[in-house]
Write a protein that binds this ligand. Structure first.
Ligand code: FAD
Length: 416
């Protein structure tokens, strides 16, 4: 069923009783050409592009929970391509361009809102670093603007410019960046993949990977054994655990990251604002809630809930940037498991096992990457060759000394 104004009208006339399910609920087949482990944004996008762009349709996505139960439905929805390093910027800009056409591509409203992302700076040194980053973006053909303090005051008057621990001197703005509705992205890709013949199988946990010599032959699941020609891992925060099933030791650590939503307010925050004096970012959802988050909790964990000390720290940062926030009530909070890599950049690569592929290490920035990650992973699986923009994301780059350390902090997941 295609969605259109006409389909809304027609269904309204029949009492909205004839809408069809967005995707089927298929029983697992005994064998697939490709199995993707993980029905998050990246797994579903990879399945969609495998079927649509590369003509491989005998594909299953196995998800242990329900679609959207992982990080794809837990993030703070920010999409941007304001990276500095040559290893990152072309990839994220490729993703941004895919975002810009995604609603037409999927025939699905993912509520992309290009409201602009502004990253604040608080010292002359930080301004210089942002100028450098803006110039690096321009070198890749991506527009960036440095907004000086007076102009910023007109644009965002409610920030605490003078009295905060770190006075606000200006910001680096990417106007094309913004937000998208996170779970709609999972649903849109699931529906698109399903329409191209992919089996999206929920409540099907992979518990072991079966091998014969140097090749994967299939996976044991909570719904029985399923054979495959190729196995692709897109398990985000659980990547280390799933990799271990094939004796694959990944350079990842899993940490918790929390998100918070306040009561609904009238429109008051027009942009995504990122505090440069700490780690805090905020935007306003279409329902009016302020959506915000900060840094990861400071210890490894597989729990999808965080601790109060980090919550308090995030609120403090928020209030020091926007004092008015202290009057707003937080309604909900939750957490996701971050697959933190040792340089803060992802891994999209083949593995030492011939027909096993891995997509992981997205840290807390993988939502914006969803379309490009899916596309490049599909390219890799179909052709056994990395897509040009994803070529730097090699699994062996740490051993070879080609880390992509955007934050310049070394192998310190808590600092990326
Ligand atoms: C609080 C928070 C805020 C964030 N904010 C942003 C942001 O603003 N912008 C941004 O770009 N990124 C953000 N991120 C990061 C982003 O959400 C993730 O990097 C990205 O969603 C990870 O890819 P995914 O969608 O495929 O992950 P997931 O949705 O987690 O998908 C992985 C799936 O694998 C499944 N799985 C795991 N093990 C198995 C198994 N054994 N068998 C079957 N299935 C399995 C899981 O259930 C899960 O559904 C944030 C994350 C969090 C938690």
């Amino acid at each position: 069923m295609r969605y259109s104004a006409f389909s809304i009208f027609r269904n309204a006339l029949s009492g909205n009783l004839t809408w069809k399910s967005q995707w089927r609920k298929p029983e697992p087949k005994p064998h697939y050409d490709v199995i993707i482990v993980g029905g998050g944004g990246h797994g579903l996008a990879a399945a969609y592009y495998l079927a649509k762009e590369f003509g491989i349709r005998n594909v299953a996505v196995l998800e242990k929970g329900y679609l959207g139960s992982g990080n794809v439905g837990r993030n703070t929805t920010i999409v941007r391509s304001n990276y500095m390093l040559a290893g990152n910027e072309p990839f994220y800009e490729f993703s941004m361009k895919l975002w810009e056409g995604l609603e037409q591509e999927l025939n699905y409203n993912v509520m992309l809102s290009q409201r602009g992302v502004i990253m604040l700076y608080h010292s002359d040194g930080q301004r210089d670093a942002y100028i450098r980053r803006g110039n690096a973006m321009w070198m890749e053909g991506v527009a960036a603007e440095l907004i000086e303090r007076d102009a910023l005051k007109k644009m965002i008057p409610f920030l605490n410019y003078d009295n905060a621990r770190y006075p606000i001197l200006g910001g680096l703005l990417q106007r094309r960046a913004g937000t998208a509705r996170h779970d709609a992205v999972a649903w849109g890709y699931a529906r698109g993949a399903d329409r191209h013949g992919v089996d999206v199988i929920e409540h099907c946990e992979v518990t072991a990977i079966r091998r014969d010599g140097g090749r994967v032959t299939g996976v044991e699941t909570t719904r029985g054994f399923i054979g495959c020609g190729k196995l692709a891992l897109a398990a985000a925060g659980n990547s280390s655990q799933v990799g271990q099933m094939a004796d694959l030791k990944l350079p990842l650590e899993s940490y918790v990251l929390q998100a918070f939503v306040t009561e609904g307010l009238k429109p008051c925050i027009d942009h995504v604002i990122v505090y440069g004096g700490g780690h805090f970012y905020i935007s306003q959802s279409d329902k009016g809630g302020l959506v915000f988050g900060g840094a990861i909790d400071g210890y490894s964990s597989y729990a999808q809930r965080g601790n109060l000390a980090t919550a308090e720290h995030v609120m403090e940062e928020g209030v020091s940037m926007i004092p008015g926030l202290s009057r707003v009530r937080v309604l909900r909070s939750w957490a996701g498991i971050m697959d933190m890599s040792m340089d803060g950049s992802p891994i999209v690569d083949r593995t030492p096992i011939d027909n096993l592929y891995v997509n992981a290490g997205w840290c807390y920035g993988g939502f914006k990457a969803t379309p490009a990650s899916g596309y490049c992973f599909a390219h890799l699986i179909a052709r056994n060759d990395a897509h040009p923009v994803a070529r730097p994301f090699r699994l062996d780059r740490f051993a070879r000394g080609y880390a992509i350390d955007e934050a310049g902090v070394g192998p310190q997941p808590n600092l990326h």
